[in-house]
Design a protein around this ligand. Structure first.
Ligand code: FHN
Length: 431
């Protein structure tokens, strides 16, 4: 769809069918890599460390001066993501501290001026595209480094007397944001997704007027008409051009809706709680938990954007690699139960200890068995609804009937409309 920008009204020119067509590939992809990387990897105790510890810019600069990612190789990152089954990625071009990973002309607070001494985004975009992975940018609306970003309840210098006396003009910051987004959306080819982060309207906060959100979306849509945009600019009316809802480290109870309508959604999640590299965090989710998270997300019609926080040396740490590879081992045999799948139609009841995903184009139901049953999986009211059943990972047949697996003393049978899948007693490998 080529849109002619007519100001913010252009979003309303897109029909629901056109929007669905524009987003279909992203929805079908289901699984993406989030990367939070910047100089906060040096303190390695959360990407919010400057806020948490109220660190003045001149003290925070030591992380800038010691950011030397000598192990950085985005080809390795891209190959790990591909092997994990991830179809798109979103990189933090700039986080709240204002540090920029690309060679922007609008600030010196950028990777080019650190020991890294180069634009870190350009080789990353190229490496991921070479692996067939689509490219998305995260850009923080918040910027604790910019001299015209007004102090507010989140700013690290919010309690600093001299900082509070400085004159800050938000119009200047609004221009800075537009200039930087123009760089990002014109100098790196097609950008498939934009994750703007985040609004906190109300008392001493920031919202649509601070960001000039309506004009910002107009600019974004003009520069990248097909880009897929998240919902964090404090413009709650979906006709203003956001494309998907973005629950944060949260698993919705059901498919996310807005104004009574089911909408595309993507939950962004971490391995261990923090987004940036956190050396001492020990709350790491297991690979099995992460796989169930992916399956449950798709079973509710959503996408999963799973985050890695690379180290200050520029590599994925062992804990992250172990989980990515574990997910990849499962995806190798079970990817068809994720890609192009969504919530199952209501006619299929969810069996106990199972999750359902469904490929509407193939009319194929996937039953994810979270606790391996002993010989029989009871499917209530499935009679006449299943033509043939197989184990996905090896394609082996799974017989089904209305009678529990036979035996001379079998007594239990399914109900009139029930089916029983005769499951191998022991869970086979790679399942
Ligand atoms: O404050 C950020 C946080 O550091 C991280 O970037 C997440 C990712 O969605 N967004 C904000 C918290 O909602």
């Amino acid at each position: 769809i080529v849109r002619v920008s007519v100001g913010q009204a252009d979003f309303r020119l897109e029909s629901p069918e056109q929007k669905q067509a524009r987003m279909k590939q992203w929805v079908d992809d289901r699984f993406g890599l989030f990367v939070h990387w910047g100089i906060y990897a040096v303190p390695a105790r959360h990407e919010w460390v400057q806020n948490y510890e109220s660190i003045p810019g001149e003290v925070y600069r030591k992380y800038f001066e010691h950011f030397d990612p000598d192990l950085y190789d985005p080809v390795i990152w891209a190959k790990e993501a591909k092997a994990a089954g991830m179809k798109y990625m979103v990189i933090t071009t700039k986080h709240h501290d204002g540090f920029c990973l690309w060679d922007t002309e609008y600030t010196d607070f950028k990777a080019t001026n650190t020991p890294a001494a180069r634009d870190l985004i350009r080789p990353m975009v190229e490496a991921f595209r070479n692996e067939g992975i689509k490219v998305g940018f995260y850009y923080s609306l918040i910027d604790w480094n910019h001299p015209d970003f007004p102090l507010d309840k989140l700013h690290p210098m919010r309690n600093n007397t001299s900082a509070k006396e400085e004159v800050r003009k938000i119009e200047n910051y609004q221009h800075y944001v537009k200039n930087q987004l123009t760089e990002l959306l014109t100098e790196y080819g097609q950008i498939d997704q934009l994750f703007l982060d985040f609004s906190y309207p109300g008392d001493n906060g920031k919202g649509r007027d601070d960001w000039d959100s309506e004009n910002l979306i107009s600019l974004i849509r003009k520069l990248q008409p097909n880009i897929i945009l998240n919902d964090r600019m404090d413009l709650d009316d979906k006709s203003y051009g956001w494309d998907y809802k973005s629950p944060e480290q949260f698993m919705p109870r059901e498919w996310v809706s807005h104004q009574g309508e089911l909408v595309p959604w993507e939950t962004c999640q971490t391995f261990s709680g923090s987004w940036g590299y956190h050396r001492d965090e020990n709350t790491w989710k297991s690979t099995n938990q992460l796989l169930v998270m992916l399956i449950e997300t798709v079973s509710k019609g959503g996408n999963l954007l799973l985050n890695v926080g690379p180290t200050a040396r520029g590599n994925f740490d062992d804990r992250a690699v172990e989980r990515l590879r574990g997910m990849g081992d499962w995806m190798k045999y079970n990817q068809w139960a994720i890609y192009a799948c969504t919530a199952a139609p209501d006619r299929f009841e969810k069996p106990e200890n199972c999750l359902l995903t469904y490929n509407p184009e193939k009319n194929r139901l996937y039953i994810h068995v979270l606790e391996w049953p002993f010989k029989s999986l009871y499917l209530k009211n499935y009679k006449g609804k299943i033509k043939y059943a197989q184990l996905l990972h090896d394609g082996s047949e799974v017989r089904h009937s209305q009678v529990a697996s036979h035996g001379s003393h079998t007594t239990e049978t399914g109900g009139e409309s029930d089916l029983i899948l005769h499951i191998p007693v022991v869970k086979p490998g790679t399942g």
